[in-house]
Design a protein around this ligand. Sequence first.
Ligand SMILES: NC(=O)c1ccc[n+]([C@@H]2O[C@H](COP(=O)([O-])OP(=O)(O)OC[C@H]3O[C@@H](n4cnc5c(N)ncnc54)[C@H](OP(=O)(O)O)[C@@H]3O)[C@@H](O)[C@H]2O)c1
Length: 371
Amino acid sequence: MSSSVQVPPVVDGAIKTEALTYYTFKDPLKVATMDLKLDPAAAKSGDIVTPKQVLVQTKAASINPVDLCLKGLSSRFYKASVQKVMGGDFAGLVVKAGAESGFKAGDRVYGDIIKPFSSTGAFSQYLLFEPASIMFCNKIPEGMTYEEASSLCIASGTAFEALKTHKKSLKGGNVLVLGGGTSVGSHTIQFAKYFFGAKHVAATCSAKSTERVKKFGADKLIDYKKGKTSEINEILESVKEYGKFDIVVDSVRDPILYGYLDSTLKTKEEGGIFTQIQGSKSVNYSKIIVSDFLPQWQYIVEYIKEKIGLSKFQFFSLLETPDKEYGPAVEKLWKENKFVVTLDSVHDYKTETAINKVASASSQGKVVLKF
Ligand SMILES: NC(=O)c1ccc[n+]([C@@H]2O[C@H](COP(=O)([O-])OP(=O)(O)OC[C@H]3O[C@@H](n4cnc5c(N)ncnc54)[C@H](OP(=O)(O)O)[C@@H]3O)[C@@H](O)[C@H]2O)c1
């Protein structure tokens, strides 16, 4: 066991933890002392955790648009009396581990604990959970910092799953990422090139993100801020040179390709797929309304056409749940020095500036809270 592992005191069957909380979307965030209730048998025996649980001391947590979306929609999900802890992605140190948890005290772990219809969240000094029951939990690859590891699960796991919607091999393939400057987009580029073996990756981003997106391995960068005509012309140029795309991953709901599918995307028979990451339509997470989560009308039309057999293209809308292959994929690329995690900024977990940065959808990488 590492000497820095410290088990917090148990008071009345619970561990006290400071957390970033809210009641409804109208409330400002508030740092509050919360109780992590122990399983009564574990509390009585002094074990703190059940055989399947771990207690983790949070070291870092990253903010995702979904955290702001859940806060924005919270009055519809929670009664005002429920104090909700914000956050999903975390990285931390296991301070207590049950015999059947798959972890031991001293392990450095990362994962995602998001639970939309509960009061549980990651922006808390301590986390108590069953690793097998949360979205994802794995050991941090050697040499990766807590801040980097906390930035992975939602954005990077989604990127990995998005590429897996392509059912054939992407080896030697051609990929287009709409929104290469987003956290999801940055990981899509890296996994496409270095894990799935794509030959060519084109990505849209603004001039501000160009240098950063090049580092992820993109071969062609298309500045979407130069206007629709310039954007589609550059995409068509890329197709002329490298052929139609095997997969398009749209992380920003850019409608640029609708109307050009025949000339840009491989058909369903050829394995082509257009995968849209579910998120907010406005790419501005400060004012979320429920209809923001509906795909654009162009996507809906194409999706329906496909379902009734009137389209030769395949459409898919993805909500992330990283699978068992995701952790080893990260580990592999990290060991091979082919995995870059970009942090926009690191903040004390009590500051609201971090949340506002993510809300503006202008962060250049992940915004991380330090505990
Ligand atoms: N369904 C899921 O499981 C899941 C998981 C993660 C994320 N998401 C969704 O995916 C989307 C991206 O999330 P994220 O966390 O990756 O974003 P992010 O890191 O906050 O993205 C910020 C970047 O987005 C780029 N951007 C903003 N507007 C753009 C536009 N119209 N076109 C192209 N790029 C634009 C900007 O780069 P430039 O300098 O290039 O403009 C900015 O630096 C969100 O809608 C989110 O909700 C969904």
